[in-house]
Design a protein around this ligand. Structure first.
Ligand code: IPE
Ligand code: IPE
Ligand code: MG
Length: 251
């Protein structure tokens, strides 16, 4: 039986770039949930709930594109400033997301990981993540990283503290410290730096995301709000990335 690999739109044609200059690691600032809801006269939390179906759509699109790592900015260290009811809702979403989609993620051979200060999340959030990481541990397809209670400055401070402890304990010498070595102290240790950063929702800023890792990343912004973001726009970003000339300071 001849089963086409891609049964839905966008068609196979849209994936023609599968070969060639592919991004290995894509990072996304999933912004615009609150505005999406407000535009519809609904509470902001409705937008967050709607946003979780976009997560699974985009994760599957990343699998099709053979991306190795997809890092999603889910909750920042600054997002605690929001009203408690909104924070509580956001921090319940990982459990809801996994309840709905874990079988689908398993079927797509996706491994779940997190970056950030996860130890300071509520117990129910930590438990949901721990379970998902455990269940998906042996999947060797896409690595799906959720940045949860993540802040770039916090990550760097944390790394500095660990480095200083290792220097004092003579597990590290000052001469050894270079780019590579510093990267090993970050939450993203062992991962390639993002090739492409996507931000939805119209803002053009980093909001404390992956400050070290984005040094030479290509940026792609869209006004589309996260709940409306689709495979089509994701592919457009990847295709535009493929046209870019990365120079890393050279010629
Ligand atoms: C992004 O959507 C999700 C989180 C920050 C958790 P927002 O909640 O920031 O939505 P806007 O930017 O207010 O529309
Ligand atoms: C960035 O969005 C954080 C996440 C998407 C999790 P924010 O909505 O918090 O960023 P600012 O406040 O507009 O910079
Ligand atoms: Mg926002």
């Amino acid at each position: 039986m001849n089963i086409p690999f891609f049964t839905n739109k966008p068609s196979e044609e849209s994936f023609r770039y599968l070969e060639g200059n592919k991004p290995n690691h894509i990072a996304i600032i999933m912004d615009g949930n609150g505005r999406w809801a407000q535009k519809r006269g609904k509470a902001r939390v409705t937008g967050h709930k709607e946003g979780i179906s976009t997560v699974v759509k985009i994760a599957k699109a990343a699998v099709k594109c053979k991306v190795k790592v997809l890092t999603l900015y889910t909750f920042s260290t600054e997002n605690w400033k929001r009203p408690k009811t909104e924070v509580d809702t956001i921090l319940r979403l990982p459990k809801e997301f996994l309840h709905l989609y874990l079988p689908d993620l398993m079927a797509h051979n996706i491994r779940i990981e997190t970056i950030g200060e996860t130890e300071h999340l509520p117990a129910h959030t930590r438990e949901a993540i721990r379970y998902a990481m455990e269940r998906t541990r042996d999947n060797d397809g896409l690595q799906l990283n959720f940045a949860l209670n993540y802040g770039g400055r916090h990550e760097i401070i944390n790394a500095m503290k660990k480095m200083l402890a290792d220097l004092n304990g003579a597990n590290l010498s000052l001469d050894e410290l270079d780019d590579q070595q510093v990267s090993e102290y970050l939450y993203t240790a062992g991962m390639p730096d993002p090739d492409l950063l996507i931000r939805t929702g119209g803002e053009k800023r980093l909001s404390n995301f992956l400050l070290w890792q984005l040094a030479y990343t290509e940026f792609w912004f869209t006004d589309v709000l996260w709940p409306d973001f689709s495979e089509k726009e994701f592919l457009q970003a990847v295709e535009e990335y493929q046209q870019r000339k990365r120079r890393f300071g050279g010629l």
